[in-house]
Design a protein around this ligand. Structure first.
Ligand SMILES: [Zn+2]
Ligand SMILES: [Zn+2]
Length: 272
């Protein structure tokens, strides 16, 4: 079948795509600059602001520290030591900030559906099979996106996590379950709460979809996908629902992780 499909793909790659690029020249995903060579969908000024998390973050939750004195690297962060998350490993492609933050904001809020392509490429380029460490010996994992709130889905017309999940699924050949989870209510803000407080506030936000449950999740490994991880509370709540619904193990994959910023010097009045 592959041999037969190739001649059909060639005209698209050799004629249609260059023609489309001539009519719609690619623009920087973050600042919209055109007329220059792009790298990873970004112009030269924007691409340098990408901060990969690989090798410089907590191996359990992908939290990175923006000051170098904090070390980063392979150390498990304090929150994961005090209260281990329910997932095996959460992998983020990049730290949330700079041009990536601008591109994600445009993608989600500015009717810029075309940014799906560069952002999904950034995602799968950095969230590799090796980094996730999914054990495929016991079967391919299911890829499950964090669901959008219905009101946001109506406004945007797409679920950002769903776009990323679809591309991860296609890249690795892992089955996609786009509606394994549903949102029961709008997730509340949890930024200023402790991990236990965030968990309590998000209890009941997600539920397994009745139409698919329990056949699709039972004893399966799951890769849960979201666009941005801030505190980790959303992924924590969704992971717990997946595990209660019968999933064997859960990995989390996100495009960006909001880093923690530590001051270069101690706060005034902080104990020595
Ligand atoms: Zn740019
Ligand atoms: Zn951590």
């Amino acid at each position: 079948m592959q041999q037969m499909a190739r001649p059909l793909l060639r005209p698209r790659r050799m004629i249609i795509e260059p023609l489309l690029q001539l009519i719609f020249p690619p623009r920087c995903a973050a600042c919209d600059a055109g007329g220059q060579r792009l790298s990873q969908g970004l112009c030269a000024a924007c691409v340098v602001t990408l901060v990969p998390t690989a090798g410089a973050c907590c191996p359990r939750c992908s939290l990175s520290y923006l000051d170098e004195a904090a070390g980063g690297g392979a150390q498990v962060c304090g929150e994961c030591l005090a209260s281990p998350p329910p997932w095996e490993r959460a992998v983020a492609a990049y730290a949330y900030g700079g041009a990536l933050q601008d591109a994600i904001a445009r993608w989600k809020n500015a009717d810029a559906w075309w940014l799906s392509r560069p952002l999904r490429e950034l995602f799968v380029g950095a969230v590799t099979h090796a980094r996730l460490g999914v054990d495929c010996a016991s079967g391919a994992p299911l890829v499950v996106p964090v669901p959008s709130v219905p009101r946001q889905l109506r406004v945007r017309g797409f679920n950002p996590a769903g776009v990323l999940a679809h591309h991860l699924s296609r890249t690795h050949g892992w089955p996609l379950e786009p509606r394994a989870l549903v949102t029961r209510r709008t997730p509340p803000t949890t930024r200023d709460l402790s991990r236990a407080g965030r968990r309590r506030r998000l209890a009941g936000v997600f539920a397994p979809s009745k139409s698919r449950f329990p056949r699709s999740l039972k004893a399966r490994q799951v890769v849960l996908v979201d666009d941005v991880m801030t505190t980790g509370a959303t992924a924590d709540a969704a992971t717990r629902v997946l595990l209660r619904a019968g999933a064997a193990r859960v990995w989390v994959a996100t495009l960006a992780r909001v880093p923690q910023v530590r001051p270069a010097r101690p706060w005034p009045g902080a104990p020595a």
